[in-house]
Design a binder for this molecule. Structure first.
Ligand code: SF4
Ligand code: SF4
Length: 296
């Protein structure tokens, strides 16, 4: 199962970053596919990106609302919000576990041999604060003389944007180098910080900072496709606690907002078939017969 997941993650990266002509054209892709919303965090300005980033588009939408009201255009971007809602309601955080390039980047870094550390649970609230302030409130409230707000998270924080767009664009376009300032240095430092942190802790950006993960987390308990616990089959052996990359105790909190639905607990830990995939509440596949535990 985990090798299938790695393949799915890799295929998604190539699907949403499939414009490999950019080193020759020197430009990013601007073709017809760029009206499609990428499910995971994937910078619009990545030269190879064929789709747009839901988080960047949401900030652009919110940042433009004041201008739209002042100019009497009353533009409401139902397309962006609608797509994000449909993706969240269908998949919840399966997107984080299976279709996010920056999630895979962190997973690969975490394979580097080193001492591993856990992340305090309180840090998990950070991503909701970034969603609230950097994606919603600041783009809405702080506007320029035309009434336009800035995409605060993309501009000041997003390490995925720095990795996928900031660094490649500077390499591709030498003219840009003379315009780089402290903002670029800060973003490189943030990327470097998460890169190092990912070696020592599992998926730190997803767990503490990612506003898109926070948005999908709101749907995790109610999404159409879910991981569910068969309480009758669970023996409370706690094997699932040992393998979870985000330190969840699945049998105690099934449907947790923090679960990225990687299915590692189901495929690599649970010997009792107590964790299963369900679509609209219906279990996929049939339950195995519960093994008899012989007392020793
Ligand atoms: S609880 Fe299971 S599916 Fe969820 S993140 Fe942990 S190992 Fe993955
Ligand atoms: S590994 Fe399976 S049986 Fe053991 S506690 Fe987790 S869900 Fe229950």
């Amino acid at each position: 199962m985990q090798s299938i997941r790695k393949w799915v993650q890799a295929i998604w990266i190539f699907l949403i970053n499939g414009y490999w002509a950019f080193p020759f054209t020197g430009n990013m892709y601007q073709g017809p596919l760029k009206v499609i919303c990428s499910p995971g965090l994937n910078c619009y300005s990545c030269p190879a990106a064929t789709t747009y980033c839901p988080l960047g588009s949401l900030q652009q939408l919110l940042g433009g609302i004041r201008y739209s009201l002042q100019s009497g255009q009353y533009y409401i971007g139902t397309f962006v919000v609608g797509w994000m809602g449909i993706l969240g309601a269908t998949f919840g955080r399966f997107i984080c576990g299976w279709a996010c390039p920056f999630g895979l980047f962190q997973e690969l870094l975490h394979k580097i041999p080193s001492k591993k550390y856990s992340i305090p649970k309180a840090f998990n609230w950070g991503k909701y604060l970034f969603l609230l302030f950097f994606v919603i409130i600041l783009p809405l409230v702080i506007v320029d003389q035309f009434g336009l707000g800035a995409p605060w998270f993309c501009k000041y924080i997003c390490p995925a944007g720095t990795l996928e767009a900031g660094i490649p664009m500077v390499l591709l376009m030498p003219d840009l180098r003379s315009t780089l300032g402290m903002l670029y240095v800060n973003k490189i430092m943030i990327l470097l910080g998460f890169t190092i942190w990912s070696v020592f802790a599992s998926r730190p950006f997803c767990r503490t900072t990612c506003p898109l993960g926070a948005f999908y987390a709101l749907f995790n308990r109610f999404s159409l496709i879910q991981l569910q616990l068969d309480e009758d089959a669970c023996t409370n052996c706690k094997a699932c606690h040992e393998v979870c990359p985000v330190e969840i105790r699945f049998n105690e909190t099934p449907g947790s907002n923090e679960c990225i639905n990687c299915m590692k607990c189901a495929s690599d830990a649970c010997r009792f078939d107590a964790i299963h995939l369900a679509i609209a509440g219906h279990r996929l596949g049939t339950a195995k017969k519960k093994p008899t535990i012989v007392p020793t």
